[in-house]
Design a protein around this ligand. Structure first.
Ligand code: PMP
Length: 430
């Protein structure tokens, strides 16, 4: 890490990956559900590169598809290619709301394009997002999503807070609302509705721990946005192809106007997509809204995405039943460990995205960002994570970062992870 810091700012190319409280881990390679560091130590991986590795590290089908593409046809051709069209067609089979789509290289880019499209389509300026939700670090949207409680508005909503130094005033057109609280959104829309181009959310909160939507909430949001003429954007960067083949929109049966996909779609390669109805996407077709990208939809990542999609399309029920099974088993096991040790906690999961919240009191409920902030014991979680990492299981030391399982994690992997987490908890939490 010292050598890395001499040439790469802070040692790695995402601020998320160089948190000062993390034990240093320089990775050498990954295979299946396992990761090895440069010292040769093996870890059972419950982070999976922050979610993308839905088929595990180095999945043979992806490796073969990508290498075949590169060797036989080229990494990037600079023209429309059949493979890109095939991938789009396969995405549409899983996400029928994406009648037309475009590819991009990261979640940040795809979300920025989707919100721009919403502003152009509605000819309104404001974007509404939610406390604790993250939509990338772009100029117009990077809200301080982990703001301290005292900086949050007293009412149901308020102005976004710039997420970093150096931002322009574009963020002034962003409002931040309480999530999982339909009254809060309705109050906002009653006040500001005519100005609101779109409401964007993670349909399952995943950037301040895992919090599922309350029953009926997403449908309520759908109705409220429609009533006020605002578009609804589901940022399914985490949930797309993870909580079901068709993401959260399929799982909860709610159709957004625009959808953003990334992470699991590429299976470990940098790809994103955004899309929606033909009527909205027409603005890109006719050139009203510009969207570019030298690498957007390049053949290398399309080969990876096609391998993921083929795996999903061929085997969808078995694959997602398995993901539910291992996710639920991990969640139940974590609950059991903390209950046995009398450690206050809340465990939330939706399929293979799992959160362990250590809390300051046994009856805490975590239904949104404020609860997690108010009752979370982040310090205790870091202590636990350090012990567990030393014991050979990796999940992120920030309690807000979900644990992710893949299709190649077995029940035996989950049992082993729980055994090691139990041992780590006995040392660090008692
Ligand atoms: N949206 C969500 C919901 C995310 O979780 C992330 C990344 N964690 C992004 C957008 C940004 O994606 P990227 O890091 O690929 O730019």
């Amino acid at each position: 890490m010292e050598r890395a810091c001499a040439s790469i700012a802070a040692g790695d190319s995402s601020t998320m990956r160089v948190m000062p409280y993390a034990l240093p881990l320089v990775a050498e390679r990954g295979e299946g559900s396992r990761l090895w560091d440069i010292g040769g130590r093996e870890y059972l991986d419950l982070n999976m590169a922050y979610g993308p590795l839905i088929l595990g590290h180095c999945h043979p089908r992806i490796v073969e598809a990508v290498t075949r593409q590169i060797i036989e046809r080229g990494s990037q051709l600079g023209f429309p290619t059949e493979i890109t069209v095939r991938v789009a067609e396969k995405i549409k089979r899983l996400f029928p709301a994406m009648e037309l789509l475009r590819f991009a290289n990261s979640g940040t880019e795809a979300v920025a394009s989707a919100t721009r499209l919403a502003r152009a389509y509605t000819r309104r300026p404001k974007v509404v997002l939610f406390e604790g939700h993250y939509h990338g670090w772009s100029e117009g949207l990077f809200n301080r999503y982990h703001a301290p409680l005292e900086d949050l508005p007293a009412g149901a909503y308020g102005q976004a807070i710039p997420g970093t130094a150096g931002m322009t005033r574009a963020i002034e057109d962003v409002l931040v609302c309480r999530w999982n609280d339909l009254d809060a959104l309705e109050a906002l829309l009653a006040d500001e509705g005519e100005q609101v181009a779109c409401v964007i959310m993670e349909p399952i909160m995943g950037n301040a721990g895992v919090v599922p939507p309350r029953p009926g909430y997403l449908h309520g949001v759908r109705e409220a946005t429609r009533k006020h003429g605002a578009l609804l954007i589901f940022d399914e960067v985490i949930t797309g192809l993870r909580v079901g083949p068709g993401g959260a929109q399929e799982r909860y049966d709610v159709r957004p106007d625009l959808t953003v996909l990334s992470k699991a779609l590429g299976g470990g390669y940098p790809v994103a997509a955004f899309g929606g109805s033909r009527d909205i996407m027409r603005l890109i077709v006719d050139g009203t809204v510009f969207h570019g990208g030298v690498f957007s939809g390049n053949a290398t990542v399309m080969a990876a995405a096609e391998a993921v999609l083929d795996e999903v399309l061929v085997d969808r029920s078995a694959m997602y039943a398995h993901l539910e099974d291992v996710g639920d088993a991990l969640a139940a096991g974590l609950r059991q460990i903390m209950t046995d040790l009398d450690v206050p906690h809340v465990v939330n999961n939706v399929g293979p995205m799992v959160s362990l919240f250590l809390t300051d009191r046994p009856d805490a409920e975590v239904a949104g960002y404020r609860d997690a902030r108010a009752h979370g014991r982040f310090d205790r979680f870091i202590d636990l994570q350090h012990e567990v990492q030393a014991g050979g299981v990796f999940f992120h030391p920030n309690m807000f970062e979900p644990m992710y399982l893949s299709a190649v994690h077995t029940r035996e992997d989950v049992d082993l992870a729980l055994e090691r987490i139990d041992a780590g908890a006995r040392t660090s939490l008692l």
